[in-house]
Design a protein around this ligand. Sequence first.
Ligand code: GLC
Length: 736
Amino acid sequence: MEAYRDPSKPVEERVEDLLRRMTLEEKIGQMCQYSAHMGLSERLKELVRKGLVGSLLNVVGVENVNEIQRIAVEESRLGIPLLLGLDVIHGYKTIFPIPLALASSWDPEVVERATAIAAREAAAEGIRWTFAPMLDIARDPRWGRIAEGFGEDPYLASVMAWAAVKGFQGDRLSSDPEKIAACAKHYVAYGGAEGGRDYNTVDISERTLREVYMPPFKSAVAAGVATVMSAFNDLNGIPASANEFTLRKMLKGEWGFQGFVVSDWNAIGELVVHGIAADAAEAAKLAVAAGVDMDMEGDVYRRHLLELVKRGEVPEQLIDEAVRRILRVKFLLGLFENPYADPERAKRVVKRGEHFEAALEIARKCIVLAKNEGVLPLSKSLRRIAVIGPLADDRDAPLGCWRALGDPRDAVTVLEGVRKKVPHAEVLYAKGCDVRSEDRSGFEEAVEAARRAEAVVLVVGESADMSGEAASRAYLDLPGVQEELVKAVWEAVKGRGVPVVEVVMSGRPLSIKWSAEHIPAIVIAWHLGVRAGDAIADVLFGDYNPGGKLPVTWPRTVGQVPIYYNHKRTGRPPGPDRFTSKYIDEDWRPLFPFGHGLSYTRFEYSDLSVEPEEVEPGATVSVAVTVRNAGGREGDEVVQLYVRDVAASVTRPVMELKGFKRVHLKPGESKRVIFRMPTQLLAFYGRDMAPIIEAGDYEVMVGSSSEDIRLRGKFKVTRTAKLEDLRSVWFTKVEV
Ligand code: GLC
């Protein structure tokens, strides 16, 4: 048996043995990925048969997977299996909340659980690679892809990145039939697009790049992510898919990334459009030199690399390095031993009951109670409830963007959830209007339903296709005439003591200032997946006490954007004096701050301790606080630790999240939460761009949101040290 076919051999030996046997054409073939979204064409099969394809995406169904894999394994010369990928972003067939909602749980176990189930289902049907987690920091909700990531904060996103990689891959990439290779994307800073306009230019400082956009990717690499996807965007003048600095110097150099880099869809071909390559051949040369190992759907590597190598313009060892990385992932996944999917096993695994149960438990944790003036929870003894709005009985929106093979027929709508929750009540339904049209003809029916009801649940927001890729918005208003509907319903019932709740389903923060000023209760439900209706009904009627927190700042209006909590202080922070940084026509503060989320109970914080008061760089600061449930309902509180570097050699954010913990407390129960924060987390890039932990005073803030700080303390770092001289640590440990 050839060494590469022998699973008892070390992976690296198998890689080298196979590489030696490959022709240059076959090597380049491994660097080529094509989409089968239009089905398995004869042309595609022929390329696979010739060993000229390394990976396919969008192959759907066990039969198709096995058919094309059989051609690769049994008909090509070396029998190298294909790596089959799909966008399994927040579920495969059982669809979970969108990633922005998952981040709202502030619970990495939630993210790990959702991604583990997604991996189990995808792997069962032969998909062994997902193009997730998406780790783009987003400070601009006009950008539709804010829905796909974990929000605006580098620390929160880094914790969730780690959890997602572990959920998809397990502790390490292996042949585990329930795990798949993950892909940290879109590397890098894609979320910094000017104007929030998808695919647009990104021009930021290296310090912002390293301190804001890089950390989640660094965390994913430390967690062992198998692949990284290079982004579409131009980054400081060099497109991310031709950027040697980010790909070779940082990712593969500084961080020692051992997996492979796949381009985003034709991002290599688009180097010509960017104007950085005169033609596709030059694009191929730039991308492979920069460190892009696989060409997604561009057909640029297949058409040009062979000639470029033969002409000596691309060294063959660059090809070899790329192919080593790709083969390594295939061997580690066990694809050579188990390339096929088992249809019987797939039937047992996909969409099984426990996955739907998990979808409900997860969705509940992602709901954010933004406002509640004595309205929620609703009484179950209500006799007549009106459920109104274009998303009240919509089964598609809850699946959100990037729903893989999710089926809207599996989704539970809010109307269905409410009807199940209060079967004895008369539940009136009125759509009122469409999501995006100007048609107001449904208002009258909606107002009439509200007039007859003892309580009103409004369900408004965005359809699934209004966020995600190529879905940037210039406005953040409720689309169409939805706000007019809300106003009409409110006018009909205000002053009558009728509880009115507004449930907002969206893939981004929306400017709902009027609602926040008038509607007594607001529930942020994002796009919560197949069990959305049940989870929302559980919260509305108190069977679940919401504990979610915002992973993004929620603006009053689009004019404030970009707006984020960890901003710089400036020399004239906003204040009463006219000549300070604010607007003359709008409050400068957000509608709801980063980390915001209410509960049906209340939590008290006490006994803050910060030890030691003076700490050496590389040591750990322990911040302890007691949190008590002072109300009558059990519930979750996300205890948040923020730090501020009071004075530094470069300007620093007014605060930065450096630890958090979601704790469950029964009425009257107290818990001592201890954050063991390594001082390495205080590092920043100094004036010479070297990462340092700087001597000086630091303020500690502990609270329920970035603006609801309950207790403050301080400590001092005794001297300045270079981060590279200290051991790497990623997160604050939290003991409860
Ligand atoms: C898309 C997206 C990327 C996705 C890829 C494959 O253009 O940018 O996130 O993974 O193509 O579908």
